[in-house]
Design a protein around this ligand. Structure first.
Ligand code: A3P
Length: 303
């Protein structure tokens, strides 16, 4: 089955998930061709849930010996150029890319649900870091992103219509609740394999403790001397929204697929949905999420 997406292109239903026409071929190619290595780090996210931030943090953490922070490639390259997507080929390359240019350990990213990842990811010793975001901010971030892309054949759907679709679970990589639960359950079953993070926790909590948690999970904990020298704080600062947004490459650069780098840095706050959704809409989505996540123990901070 297929339906029209917010941007007038199509979404295809495949293995229980809605995929954008721009990535459906990449999804199948990824599933058929990707060979994970034990040292790989896979960053999995629902779109607009902090992918760019997680890419920057993980790159800075994992490659801190190779690239001292004052010379970090993050200062001159978009996190999306340093950590490519596996199935959504921003480079529009074909056949499946080799990722030869990616330093080891390879950091790669995907928006696909855990259950649809290639077997080699699940069967190898590579690790997966998953980040999700409260569905209300995710929706607004996604909807505004479509507006900002500026390469559409027609205007994106009005907010109310797009909202109706997401409540039916119809959105790129949706339903959101299915994906979040998928990774949540998998992380409970395999805590050493999958680290489950929430955007709001990193935004509202102590970012330094999350940087340490990611490093420990990936098997590259900070040494005492690194901690004394303030490396953890430096990484947190380097990857902060204000710092990244103001880097020249993120202000003026473009992705090979056409998206402008600045569209990945909008407001970077928790609770912007209040400026867009009516009380009736937010109540509906909150109730829907409560129903869908019932019994899982999973909740979200929305403000
Ligand atoms: P908003 O649109 O709410 O501002 P993704 O990277 O998955 O596409 O998600 C984009 C969202 O993450 C955007 O949210 C963007 O502003 C926010 N973001 C990007 N970089 C960030 C950073 N370094 N820290 C916090 N949020 C960031």
């Amino acid at each position: 089955p297929k339906v029209k997406n917010w941007d007038d292109l199509y979404l295809y239903h495949y293995q229980g998930t809605w995929y954008h026409s721009r990535c459906i071929n990449g999804v199948i190619s990824f599933q058929n061709n990707f060979q994970a290595e034990d040292s790989d780090v896979i960053l999995a996210t629902f779109p607009k849930s902090g992918t760019t931030w997680l890419k920057a943090l993980t790159f800075a953490i994992v490659h801190r010996s190779r690239y001292p922070l004052e010379k970090s490639p993050l200062l001159t390259s978009s996190p999306h150029d340093l950590v490519p997507f596996l199935e959504f080929d921003l480079y529009m390359k074909s056949p499946f890319p080799s990722f030869e240019h990616i330093p080891t350990p390879r950091i790669l990213s995907t928006h696909m649900p855990c259950g649809s990842l290639p077997k080699s990811i699940l069967n190898s010793n590579c690790r997966v870091v998953y980040m999700c975001r409260n569905p209300m901010d995710q929706f607004i971030s996604h909807w505004t992103f479509y507006h900002g892309l500026g390469d559409q054949t027609s205007d994106p759907l009005p907010l109310e219509e797009a909202f109706e679709m997401i409540c039916q679970g119809v959105q790129s990589y949706g339903p959101i609740w299915t994906q979040i639960l998928d990774y949540w359950n998998a992380s409970k079953a395999q805590p050493g394999k999958i680290l489950f993070l929430k955007y709001e926790d990193l935004m509202k909590g102590d970012i330094v403790s999350y940087v340490k948690q990611i490093a420990e999970f990936l098997g590259c904990p900070f040494s005492e001397s690194e901690e004394t020298q303030g490396v953890v704080e430096e990484i947190s600062k380097l990857c902060s929204f204000d710092n990244m947004k103001n880097l020249e490459v993120n202000k003026s650069g473009k992705q090979p697929g056409g998206a402008k780098n600045d569209t990945f840095f909008r407001k970077g706050i928790v609770g912007d949905w209040k400026n867009y959704l009516t009380p009736a809409m937010s109540e509906r989505l909150e109730k829907l999420m409560e129903e869908k996540l019932h019994g899982s123990g999973l909740t979200f901070k929305t403000s």
